[in-house]
Design a protein around this ligand. Structure first.
Ligand code: ADP
Length: 428
């Protein structure tokens, strides 16, 4: 099996323990292998400081007086030094002679005897148990290393197990989490607590999105049902009573209902597409041109429509379809509720363009302002239905404008009716 795959199939606890134990063991082994030379250095430097003093003074139990060839001049037996070592001592460098378990350290200096001949003052001392200590130390250190690595392994295993216990609890809870419930958040203020909180946030957003979708689907089905039922009932009656005049009447009504239905389906499609997060590329769209076009598209009636807009173009950042939909919806609503006057103003500023649509109708009571841009929201149920609205027009307007980082606002109009104010980012 691929070792990488094998490794990543092990539990986190196993992997952390192996790495921690391995690293601890390697570090201790490196120290163990360095230890003998460190111990030797300490031993030698301790002896060296004594020998340096003895050689400088020229007397002491360890001091020997030799001729320059290494032969004793002090009447004692010849020291155990080779000619090469004698040469080294004469040059002022120390000598280390290893001998089985122990070792001998020598230092020396050339001096002039009272008779004027050169002589070698040398001092030597035994490094007791030099090699033995090293061997023994190394062995004990190796055992200690293995023990400490084992301890590190056990401690890591236990601490990782207790640290990961909340993860296990979260995993078990997540596997059987009912709707609306949340994961247990560990009390420790660490990464796991942050993770649990982030996951709970995600779950809350998911529940909210599901709830919104459920409500939207329910509302859409509910709205679709009445025109479909009405078309069906009328068609059934027409089939049961095959009278040409009556059939024509039924057909006209069916056409009307179908138009309402297709308008509803169009709005639903646009909202569904908007919900999917697709955002077509923004382009410069002339709002002044679109306002005039929307007024021209209005069905003829005896309302007075006043447009206050600059002579030059006012470019907003959106798509033409979006601007058309927004302006059409606002103008259609105004014409639906106005008594005699509609005022439309296009007001360009540095970074945005404002579109204000006023009418002199009955207006919208302030308690509805917060919700009037919600999907399927109607201010007055009977009035909305009678005029053919589904409560989707303003929801569409708000969505299309907000997705371009614009804003929508409703208030009272100085004309006495409602005022709708849209701010679109200007195209730059
Ligand atoms: P609809 O398609 O039903 O008109 P909208 O989303 O366009 O839905 O409007 C939501 C509600 O806001 C409408 O039911 C209506 O009562 C109210 N409304 C919208 N525009 C105006 C207006 N200009 N004057 C008064 N009420 C309005």
């Amino acid at each position: 099996m691929n070792p990488r795959r094998w490794w990543f199939r092990r539990t986190l606890r196993f992997r952390i323990t192996v790495v921690a134990t391995g690293v601890a063991w390697l570090c201790l082994m490196a120290l163990t292998s360095l230890a003998p030379s460190l111990i030797a250095r300490v031993q030698i430097s301790a002896v060296d400081s004594e020998l340096t003093k003895a050689v400088a003074v020229g007397s002491g139990p360890s001091v020997r007086v030799l001729d320059t060839a290494g032969a004793p001049l002090d009447g004692l037996p010849a020291p155990d030094l080779t000619p090469a070592e004698v040469r080294t001592l004469k040059s002022g460098r120390p000598v280390l002679r290893e001998d089985g378990e122990s070792a001998m350290r020598w230092q020396g200096r050339v001096d002039t005897a009272p008779d004027g001949t050169p002589r070698l003052i040398a001092a030597g001392d035994t490094l007791v148990g030099y090699n033995g200590a090293n061997d023994l130390g190394t062995k004990w250190l190796a055992v200690a290393t293995a023990l400490v690595a084992l301890l590190v392994g056990i401690a890591t295993w236990l601490s990782v197990r207790s640290s990961l216990r909340p993860v296990e609890r979260m995993r078990v809870a997540a596997a059987q989490l009912p709707r609306g419930e949340r994961l247990p958040v560990p009390e420790s203020q660490d990464e796991l607590q942050a993770l649990a909180q982030a996951l709970n946030g995600l779950l809350a957003r998911r529940d909210e999105a599901t709830e919104r979708l459920r409500r939207f689907t329910g509302d859409a089905a509910h709205e679709l049902r009445s025109p479909v039922t009405s078309v069906r009932a009328q068609a059934e009656v027409a089939v049961a009573h095959p009278d040409p005049d009556f059939s024509l009447e039924v057909l006209e009504s069916v056409v009307e209902e179908s138009e309402r239905l297709s308008a509803l389906v169009d709005a639903l499609l646009i909202l569904a597409r908007a919900d999917s997060g697709e955002l077509p590329r923004a382009e410069p769209v002339d709002l002044v041109l679109q306002v005039h076009a929307a007024v021209d598209r209005m069905p003829s009636h005896d309302l007075l429509v006043q447009v206050a807009a600059p002579m030059s173009a006012c470019m907003v950042s959106a798509t033409r379809t979006e601007v058309e939909l927004v302006v059409d919806n606002l103008v259609r609503n105004a014409s639906r509720y106005a008594t005699s006057l509609i005022r439309i103003a296009v007001l360009p500023a540095a970074r945005e363009v404002r579109l204000v649509v006023d009418d002199d109708g009955h207006g919208i009571p302030p308690e509805h302002w917060a919700r009037v841009f919600d999907r399927f929201y109607r201010v007055e149920e009977h009035r909305g239905r009678a005029s053919g609205g589904f409560g989707l027009g303003l929801a569409l307007v708000a969505h299309l404008v907000r997705q371009r980082r614009g804003s929508v606002r409703v208030s009272d109009s100085p004309q006495g009716g409602a005022r709708f104010e849209i701010r679109w980012p200007a195209y730059r």
